[in-house]
Design a protein around this ligand. Structure first.
Ligand code: ATP
Ligand code: MG
Length: 332
């Protein structure tokens, strides 16, 4: 029996961070045996917020691919590919644009949050407003069943499902309606206390950060602002450092919570414990990444092969789509 498919991935806007790991990458790695996993480097989607810097894509596609591989994605099992080299995704985006209203897109809560972050005001690029449509094409070009994502992506998966239902009801039922798979940590907070750690917000610990950088970043992390002396009773629920302990140090978190509340552990030793935990967690990822950094050609080769496979899947889906829409003009 054929395996069910996964589509997941990242915008190459920089290297991947801890939020990606817990929100999506860990699930990709866990599910790669059971599913046929497609992992997209969404370079065209990067342009929706950074169109003036396409020259950065070359390095960041490589970064994102190396991070995924360093976290344990196996190129023998998973298909890593580059969005812009699969033109059927662009074709599907155009076709789907007719099945979505401008109102649906402008009411999308994630679009609203991100638009505010980027200060678009009255000058929102059309490509940004419609990126959920292009994401629907990313997911459906390979007829994926499951999409492992962070919580911020749920409105986009819902939008994809609506497009698929509309397409199937209007033309013929050839598209697969995907389900989202949110991890146990649906959203990791940023170092600055923002609800989301994000590449674009400058509040991230990257998977490729060296130990000293992790230490420096943790020292800047937001803690309970009401706590002035180490013996003051703390409020762990408003502390970013405690939030990270819960995720990356689950065995130690209860003790830290209790000592923070009692005022028997100060923020400095609490941060030091976290630095040790994070550096232990990141050590094997750094080690695997270093191997790929020494041999970028091997990573391009993985991407090249993956993209060729994705192209074939895209062509197969476009044939079904043309058939369904009765615009398969020439025999294949
Ligand atoms: P950008 O700010 O450039 O959009 P991003 O940090 O939002 O970058 P994406 O490439 O947009 O990263 O997201 C890739 C995947 O990682 C998505 O599934 C997203 O939900 C997940 N993700 C990103 N940040 C977090 C986070 N802080 N917590 C949980 N999941 C996250
Ligand atoms: Mg994003």
């Amino acid at each position: 029996m054929e395996k069910k498919r996964i589509l997941t991935g990242d915008r190459p806007t920089g290297p991947l961070h801890l939020g990606h790991y817990v929100g999506s990458v860990a699930n990709r790695v866990k599910l790669q045996d059971e599913y046929d996993a497609f992992v997209i480097m969404a370079d065209i989607q990067m342009l929706t917020t950074h169109f003036e810097h396409p020259e950065k894509l070359h390095q960041d596609v490589l970064n994102v691919a190396m991070d995924n591989l360093a976290c344990g994605l196996d190129p023998a099992k998973a298909t890593l590919f580059i969005q812009s080299m699969v033109p059927q995704i662009a074709e599907l985006t155009v076709i789907y644009s007719n099945l979505v209203t401008v109102q649906q897109l402008s009411h999308n809560p994630t679009i609203k949050t991100e638009a505010a972050q980027y200060n678009f005001g009255e000058s929102m690029p059309l490509g940004f407003l419609s990126y959920p449509v292009s994401q629907a094409a990313d997911i459906t070009f390979c007829r994926a069943h499951l999409v492992p994502v962070g919580e911020d992506q749920l409105p986009h998966i819902e939008q994809t499902r609506k497009i698929v239902r509309k397409f199937n009801a209007t033309y013929a039922p050839v598209l697969v309606e995907p389900d989202a798979k949110v991890s146990e940590v649906p959203r990791l907070v940023g170092l600055d206390g923002n609800t989301k750690m994000s590449k674009s917000l400058g509040n991230a610990i990257f998977l490729s950060d060296p130990p000293e950088e992790v230490k420096r970043k943790v020292s800047t992390a937001l803690t309970d602002p009401a706590r002035i002396h180490p013996t003051d009773k703390g409020h762990p629920d408003v502390c970013v450092v405690y939030a990270y302990h819960k995720v990356f140090n689950p065995e130690g978190a209860a003790d830290i919570e209790q000592r923070c509340k009692a005022g028997t552990i100060g923020c400095v030793p609490c941060k030091k414990l976290l630095v040790d935990v994070l550096n232990r967690f990141l050590a094997p990822i750094r080690e695997r990444r270093a191997v790929y950094e020494k041999d970028p050609d091997s990573v391009w080769d993985i991407l090249n092969k993956g993209t060729a496979r994705a192209y074939e899947e895209g062509a197969a889906t476009m044939a079904l789509v043309r058939e369904a829409m009765k615009i398969a003009y020439f025999p294949q």
